[in-house]
Each structure stands twice: as C-alpha cells, then as structure tokens.
Design a protein. Structure first.
Length: 318
C-alpha cells in the first residue's frame, strides 16, 4: 500500500522465529489481527518514536482509544495523524508529558483523568539513555525520567485503572539493570556523575524492575496486573546522544523497533500475560532476573517509600 510505513510490512507469527541477526524473538501479529478493542483505552508514554511508536501502531489497528503522552508536541502530532491515516482509527490523540518535570506529569495525569472515564492499559515506555543532566526537581536525569516520572504518573492514574478492570500496567525496563554494581538512593539526587551516563541508565532500569515488584504486591487482588520487560537491545532513538560513529556501529548489532515492541505488546494484550503479574519478561516470556538487587524485596520497598516521599508535593490533582 502506497504511503504505508515500513513497519506495516513486517511478517508476524505466533511461534519464535529468527531475525536477520540470528536472534530468537516471538511475534504476535496473528493474535493482534483477532483483536477488537474498541472502547478500551490505552495510555502510552514516549509513543512518538522507536518501539513506542510501533506499539502504538499495532494497538491502533485493534480500534482501541489511544493516548500518546509525549514531551514534544511538534514530533507527536505528525505521528498521531500518521497513525490515523494508516489504521483508519480516529480515536488517537496527543497529551503533553515531560517526565523530567513532576509538575508536567501531574498536569498530564489530570488532563487524562478529566477526559477519560476509563483507562485499561498504561504502558510506561518512554526513556532516555547515555544523557547527562538533572530533572527540574534536581534528580539525576535518567533516574528522574525513567523511574520517578513514571512512578508519579502510575500513582495518579492507578485509581482509574482499578475502576476499569481488568487493567494492565506495562513497564519497559532493560536487562541493563543487571549491570548495576552499586545501588544507593543517595546518588539519585544530583547531576549525572559519570561521563557516559550509562551507569545511571542501568540504575534507572533496576528501579523499573524494583518498582514493578513492589507494585505487584500493592495491587494484588485488584484485577490490575503489572509487568516489567526487556525489549531487546533496540536500534531506537534512545541512543540518540551517543556520538554518531559509535551509534552507527552499535546499531549494526541491535534489533529493529518492530521486534523490540513485541514483548510490550505481549504484556499489554496477550491472554497468557493476563494470568500473571509482577514478573519480568524477555522475548515474550516470563523469566527470572538474575541480579540479586532485582530480587531484593526490602530494597524495592525502600525505593517505593522514598519515591512516594519525593513525589508527594505533586501527588494531588487539585
């Protein structure tokens, strides 16, 4: 079809396949084609590019209502129009969200809650890597965007999800969490200390896994389920701040955005995942994480309690 993005032409199957690089991955195109999700509401952060855009595309094809919560209106609005044109689904819109500002997170959640009486799936997809800086509230940039912003966003939307059951919360983490050698919450309230920003990124991804672990305990029995996942090492815009020659070389060994979105789609839509909660996924399968800190219940609770303390000034909707 003329004008259809390349992502539209991907072949999907229900069984594990091998991609061009020899990596096993699962696909769920056949499953998605059977879905009619009209009336179901999905919120996706960072859905204007990378695996978030592919995730949004595939969900839009099911007829679901789709809210793209993104930082850049300039970049997000053309994606909204593209998705409408490609899928024929007109129930797609943009809501501004800057995860580096807790006030922006609060305003975004408030707007969504005012406009949507139901929310069925929240996909915390947005993230950044290999960038240095700090958020508006003075938190290390990767930790603030990848964890704390999503923590507040989830906290504010959770009551509506609980009113819309069955509902799901999907947290895009990374196997990079296994690279963390030292975990200290004292390191997250300061400007990025490393030159590359990668250690801080790994720490933020461990926070994603710990957040999911503790969230599962707190929502148990509510018919809201949650998931943390590794999308694969994806050639997405998350690496955009890596110097170009190194980025080009690295992307030769990465998987596509289309492949990277598959585990998010599995957790958000599959019947199998709907029977589970609080687990960690890779290639559409729940697997145990091997990092000791990722299995530390006391650490997960400590992170939750500190996160609640940090976001408390913004955890209101009035």
């Amino acid at each position: 079809m003329k004008g259809v993005p390349k992502m539209e032409k991907i072949a999907y199957n229900r069984t594990p396949e091998k991609n061009a690089k020899g990596m096993a991955y699962c696909t769920i195109r056949t499953f998605l084609m059977k879905q009619d999700l009209q009336g179901r509401v999905f919120v996706i952060t960072g859905a204007n590019t990378g695996i978030g855009k592919v995730t949004a595309l595939e969900i839009a094809k099911t007829g679901a209502t789709l809210i793209l919560a993104c930082r850049s209106e300039k970049k997000a609005l053309p994606v909204v129009e593209e998705l409408k044109q490609v899928t024929g689904n007109q129930e797609i819109r943009f809501v501004p969200l800057d995860l580096a500002s807790l006030e922006s997170v609060r305003k975004c959640a408030k707007q969504i809650l005012e406009e949507e009486p139901k929310i069925h799936v929240l996909i915390n997809n947005a993230g950044l890597a290999s960038m240095r800086g700090e958020t508006q509230e003075g938190f290390e940039l990767a930790f603030g965007v990848n964890h704390l912003g999503h923590f507040l966003f989830t906290k504010l939307l959770l009551p509506r999800l609980q009113e819309s059951t069955p509902a799901r919360i999907v947290n895009v983490a990374s196997r990079a969490h296994k690279r963390v050698k030292k975990y200290s919450l004292d390191d997250v309230q300061k400007y990025t200390q490393s030159t590359s920003g990668f250690p801080e990124y790994c720490l933020s991804k461990l926070a994603n896994v710990l957040f999911n672990n503790e969230l599962a305990k707190r929502i148990e029995g509510t018919d809201v389920t949650c998931y943390a996942l590794h999308p694969g090492v994806v050639a997405s815009d998350i690496w955009r701040r890596i110097p170009i020659p190194f980025r080009w070389i690295a992307k030769m060994f990465m998987i596509s955005n289309e492949e990277g979105a598959l585990t998010s789609l599995h957790c958000a839509l599959s019947e199998e995942a709907g029977k589970e909660s609080g687990l960690y996924y890779d290639k559409c399968k729940a697997i145990p994480t091997q990092h000791p800190a990722a299995k530390d219940d006391a650490l997960a609770k400590e992170l939750w309690d500190k996160s609640e303390e940090w976001v408390a000034p913004f955890a209101h909707l009035d």
